[in-house]
Design a protein around this ligand. Structure first.
Ligand code: GLC
Length: 578
């Protein structure tokens, strides 16, 4: 089947279902709540929804521990609600993509229960190892969620099993062809039901190095160099593509920790079908502007690091592969708290939005990001839920741990979405499953919707604008003032190559008649002081048209000498006419 690459024109909204909206009054988000909010989702001008796992799960990792791949959890409304959601979403032109979690299952999955009893054909569905004669563990790999070894002794089978994540998330043995057949069945099942694609959870981990050798002891992640981008990864992904995905006009998006653009091109190249296993990758470099690899090794925020990550991916993938763009998801604290300023919440929320929404690629917006939601600051570590959080720095004093959790925990992105200033932030009528961020009386969708200068209305305008500009879809990228720690400035422009790509593109018709002349200049301040910005050389200030500004009273044009005084965290999007 022809792959139309429809996702290239799209903007996605990510829903983490437990905390999006409760529709049946039990305190837990569900699909009824999503259906209720489809008008709202549409008002963002997005084209699709990515759902974090909706499947039945014991909840050890909030749904990323699946016990049945062919169903929707009862608490989310079951299959009936899902069918309805799918129909309603499609009716509105919204695509739906599912999370595919096949590096591991729940330990309560039937496959694991049978595997531990050596019941065929499940005996080798997981990665089992005998006890070594010297009593040592099978290797030195660490679990990313348990703060210790990745091996768990199983009393039933009298062997160790591998779990790169929580103890309740045993890793599947993808080298077993039967397991790969199961994955294909899952893909086929959901595609036949009508879903439009998959976000593939830690998919680059599925092929482990032969013999499971010891790794260098990277703190907290020993093993990662042996199981990330493993020996058969491309073979397995190609198999999924060849046997299932290529028969549908669907999209795949791979989560890929520790991936450089060069490495990514081995998975998502559009030049070589042998190197096109999947369509886009979720890279982590943009997540590491204030930490080292993980939020739990914090560093001071560096705008230069962030800009370097943005620019590297924009430049290296241009004309070769397609970028996935994001600043938030369910695995990181809120971006205003990380890279912006809670004091300048609205201003920095908009500047962050403009920083990525005019880049080339498919942007994703995480629930609440568009409302300018910020981190949650509970008074005790006992209030945290997330398995990754609560096992971190277990032996540190409470005060130190709390400070780290405030800064690093994913739970900050998992508090219920704040819809109104009313009881439980309008998320539910019942006490929610998780704490509501105390700032909900000020930060909520109702207030954001009412205020024309809100973060929410800026997202709406920015997304609408981006979709009207062929420059954003096809243009090249150039960065200015690279060394500035206060301003992020980038240009999108068409040259011969860009025009050729546009002409060759099958869906360029959408932009027919739309002007591709001129150059787009996006200026984002990351400073809490006013900053003077000079239009770069080669841009004529007299020809500048302000398409979008985060400050309503911003002068429509730069001063005649090309100087613009930006307010704290101000963002502007200019079109410079030829
Ligand atoms: C991915 C998910 C994360 C989950 C982990 C284990 O990183 O995004 O939420 O905890 O995989 O499945």
């Amino acid at each position: 089947m022809e792959q139309t690459q429809w996702y290239k024109d799209g903007v996605f909204y990510q829903i983490w279902p437990r905390s999006f909206k409760d529709g049946n009054g039990d305190g837990m988000g569900d699909l009824y709540g999503v259906i209720e909010k489809l008008d709202y989702i549409q008002s963002l001008h997005v084209d699709g929804i990515w759902f974090s796992p909706l499947y039945p799960s014991p909840g050890a990792d909030c749904g990323y521990d699946i016990s049945d791949y062919f169903d929707i959890a009862e608490e989310f409304g079951g299959m009936e609600a899902f069918r309805k959601l799918l129909e309603e979403a499609h009716r509105r032109g919204l695509r739906v993509i599912m999370d595919l979690v096949v590096n591991h299952t729940s330990d309560e999955h039937e496959w694991f229960q049978k595997s531990r009893q050596r019941i065929d054909p499940y005996t080798d569905y997981y990665i089992w190892r005998e006890k070594k004669p010297d009593g040592k563990l099978p290797n030195n790999w660490a679990s990313m969620f348990e703060g210790g070894t990745a091996w768990q002794w199983d009393e039933v089978r009298q062997e160790y099993y591998l779990h790169l994540f929580a103890i309740k998330q045993p890793d599947l043995n993808m080298d077993n062809p039967l397991v790969r057949e199961e994955v294909k069945k899952i893909l086929k099942f959901w595609l036949d039901l009508g879903v439009d694609g998959f976000r593939e959870d830690v998919i680059t981990f599925i092929s482990k190095a032969e013999g499971l050798p010891d790794d260098i002891p990277v703190p907290g992640a020993a093993g990662i160099l042996k199981y990330n981008h493993g020996p058969h990864i491309h073979e397995y992904l190609q198999e999924f593509r060849r046997d299932v995905l290529s028969h549908y006009d669907c999209m795949t998006l791979a989560e890929a920790p520790l991936v450089s653009p060069g490495k990514a091109l081995q998975y998502i190249s559009e030049k070589d079908p042998e190197k096109h296993d999947i369509d886009m990758m979720i890279q982590f470099q943009v997540m590491c502007a204030n930490c080292l690899f993980t939020d739990y090794v914090p560093m001071k925020f560096s705008l230069r690091r962030l800009k370097r990550a943005f620019s590297r991916w924009q430049k290296k993938l241009y004309g070769k592969a397609w970028n996935m763009l994001y600043l938030e998801n369910h695995d990181h604290p809120r971006v205003i708290s990380r890279y912006g300023s809670e004091k300048y919440r609205t201003e920095s929320g908009k500047s962050l939005a403009a920083s990525y929404l005019f880049q080339q690629g498919t942007p994703f917006v995480y629930q609440g990001q568009e409302l300018g939601m910020t981190n949650w600051y509970p008074k005790s570590t006992s209030m945290y839920e997330d398995v990754q959080t609560i096992n971190n720095h277990l032996n540190s004093p409470e005060k130190k741990r709390l400070k780290l959790y405030h800064r690093a925990s994913r739970d900050s992105a998992r508090t219920p979405v704040q819809w109104t200033s009313g009881k439980f932030a309008g998320f539910s009528e019942h006490e929610p499953w998780f704490y509501v961020n105390e700032n909900y009386t000020a930060v909520n969708a109702e207030a954001e919707d009412r205020d024309p200068d809100s973060v929410l209305n800026f997202y709406r305008e920015a997304i609408r604008l981006r979709k009207s500009l062929p420059l954003v879809r096809y243009g090249k990228y150039r960065e200015y003032y690279k060394h500035s720690q206060k301003l992020y400035v980038y240009e999108r422009y068409m040259d011969k190559e860009a025009k050729r790509i546009m002409q060759k593109s099958t869906d360029a018709g959408k932009y027919e008649g739309k002007d591709t002349s001129g150059r787009l200049l996006v200026v984002c301040s990351y400073s809490d002081l006013p900053e003077e910005f000079r239009v770069p050389k080669g841009f004529d200030p007299a020809k500048a048209e302000l398409l979008l500004g985060s400050e309503k009273e911003a002068a429509a044009q730069a001063a005649a000498d090309g100087t613009i005084l930006l307010k704290p965290y101000e963002a502007r999007v200019y079109l410079f006419h030829d």
